[in-house]
Ligand binder design. Structure first.
Ligand SMILES: [Zn+2]
Length: 407
């Protein structure tokens, strides 16, 4: 018996300790993270060793199948091979050797999920067993077997995170599905760790999250393949969506909000105005690169449209104009800046929002209230975060923008 014992937790020198007649199994010997000195085990083996160490006869040698910790601690105690409490089995097939070692090891409390994962993975790959059979043999569910195997398929960094944050192993299956998207995978792990109100609390929820994400990725990829990324200057975002409403020709960018016609690539508002113009008899030339309607054309068109409306319901229109906090129609403010300057137009029920390209700080928010019911409608203009912008200031800014873009 050596009096130079390793420090607790120190790695055991296997090559020095092993008996000449003993060989290690190439697969089974890799299941354990590493063999380290355990003073408690060392002490208990001095008193008694209840379970035998299991070997199989392999020609002249014996191969260690189960009880490697006990074996090497006994060797450390100076016990000879002949004096070991052991069970040497004859005629054990390769597959049975794996199964035997697995059953011996997997129910030990000190076996980590990662060690279990290696056992299960080897039974499936080296042992060529089916998930169903492994589950039956180990007395576990098939989902248990699948989730253990999924652990090993995760990138090393993610595996480390599972261990460090004690994430439930069942999450390995949904997390693994995002291996192609490391950023999204990291995000999902954070949501799982976070738990609580905004995080992910169940494996089912994680699975739904992943399924939805992958569906949306597929959808985006199909759109990109057909139409390319966002065409707004300097954007190029891949996060584009095809509108489910209307004629299905409108693409919009979730990043910058730009909307355009999927085939002609015209800004959507232009496309709509152009159609309106054609309805009213304007001769509009269509060219995806160069939309030739001049600002004057658009103003004329809009004036004509308004005149027609005014003639139709003059009295009501008069009443409407009076009740506006600002008598200026939102269209009137924006149209002089067309074309080429509208970044985003949202018409949602009675709400209108307009963002400009050339002066992104100037932002219009209009409300199309039901003027028949006598409610006030209003236009809100913000400039660089300032909400107290007078209409004079707005007109001054607009003049600056339009003179700059026409010069
Ligand atoms: Zn964009």
């Amino acid at each position: 018996m050596s009096n130079e014992l390793p420090k607790p937790g120190a790695k055991l020198k296997i090559k020095k300790l092993i008996d000449p007649e003993v060989v290690l199994h190439p697969t089974i010997s890799k299941w354990r993270n590493e063999l380290v000195f355990d003073p408690l085990l060392y002490k208990s083996l001095g008193e008694t060793q209840i379970a035998p160490i299991v070997f199989r006869q392999l020609g002249e040698k014996v191969e260690l199948l189960a009880g490697s910790r006990r074996y090497f601690h006994q060797k450390l105690r100076g016990v000879s091979f002949d004096d070991l409490h052991k069970d040497v089995r004859e005629n054990v097939s390769d597959r049975d050797a794996l199964l035997l070692a697995a059953s011996e090891n997997i129910f030990r409390e000190d076996f980590s999920p990662w060690e279990e994962a290696r056992v299960i993975n080897d039974l499936l790959s080296v042992g060529k067993m089916k998930v169903k059979d492994v589950a039956e043999h180990l007395g576990k569910s098939q989902a248990y077997v699948t989730s253990r195997r999924a652990l090993l398929a995760l990138p090393a960094k993610v595996q480390a995170r599972f261990e460090k944050k004690s994430i439930a192993i069942g999450y390995a299956v949904p997390v693994k599905k995002l291996t192609k998207f490391p950023e999204a995978q990291k995000d999902l792990l954070e949501k799982i760790v976070e738990g609580g109100y905004s995080g992910i609390k169940t494996i089912e929820a994680a699975d739904t999250y992943v399924t939805n994400l992958l569906d949306s990725v597929k959808e985006h990829e199909a759109l990109l393949k057909a139409y390319g990324p966002c065409i707004a200057p300097g954007c190029g975002s891949k996060d584009i969506v095809l509108s489910r409403w209307g004629d299905g020709n409108r693409l919009s960018c979730n990043k910058c909000g730009h909307e355009w016609h999927k085939d002609t690539k015209e800004p959507w508002k232009f496309f709509e105005l152009k159609q309106e113009a054609q309805k009213q008899g304007f001769n509009v030339e269509v060219n995806a690169e160069d939309f030739i309607m001049t600002p004057k054309d658009v103003v004329e068109m809009q004036e004509r449209k308004e005149r027609m409306e005014r003639e139709k319901t003059e009295e009501e229109t008069q009443q409407w104009a009076e009740k506006f906090r600002s008598p200026i129609l939102i269209e009137e403010i924006v149209i002089p800046m067309l074309p080429g300057n509208v970044q985003k137009v949202v018409v949602d029920g009675n709400r209108i929002e307009i963002e400009l390209i050339e002066s992104s700080e100037l932002y219009f928010k209009g409300l199309k209230k039901d003027y028949k019911a006598g409610e006030k409608g209003r236009i809100e203009v913000t400039y660089g975060g300032d909400k107290q912008v007078t209409s004079e200031k707005v007109h001054k800014i607009i003049d600056e923008i339009t003179s700059a873009s026409s010069s």
